[in-house]
Design a protein around this ligand. Structure first.
Ligand code: ASC
Length: 128
């Protein structure tokens, strides 16, 4: 899948960049920093949903060295890291459903839960 560790690192960073960008657009609406546009929220949630499936497989063994903030705990506590990734994916499924519903109230709740799942991994598995 990846020729060199650096390829995996770039791939997962690219996925997180896209997720952060498109999640950020929905979060801005949830926080009242951008006007609520239900169609745009749903379109962005679909992108987040798709891209949320990508990074996990790019955290293979041996991809801990290079231009990365990934902490060794990712591989030392592999089942816990997997669980945290799956938690994020599950919350993103809910965000997609909330965005499709068109309810800003539901989107606000889901944005909060997705944000927590992002932060949990950053706190535990990403260097500052
Ligand atoms: C974002 C983003 C993250 C999360 C995190 C939530 O919009 O890019 O990494 O939310 O800041 O705490």
């Amino acid at each position: 899948q990846f020729q060199k560790p650096e390829d995996a690192i770039k791939y997962r960073q690219a996925a997180f960049t896209l997720m952060g960008n498109h999640f950020g657009r929905i979060a801005a609406m949830a926080q009242g920093k951008a006007p609520f546009d239900a169609k745009a929220a749903a379109a962005n949630a679909e992108i987040v949903l798709l891209v949320s499936k990508l990074p996990y497989s790019a955290f293979g063994e041996g991809t801990d060295l290079g231009n990365t903030k990934a902490k060794p705990e990712i591989w030392k506590e592999a089942p816990k890291f997997r669980e945290a990734a799956e938690k994020m994916q599950a919350e993103v499924v809910k965000l997609d459903a909330a965005a499709k519903s068109g309810s800003l109230d539901q989107i606000k709740v889901a944005v909060g839960e997705v944000g927590k799942s992002c932060k949990a991994c950053h706190d535990n598995y990403r260097e500052k």
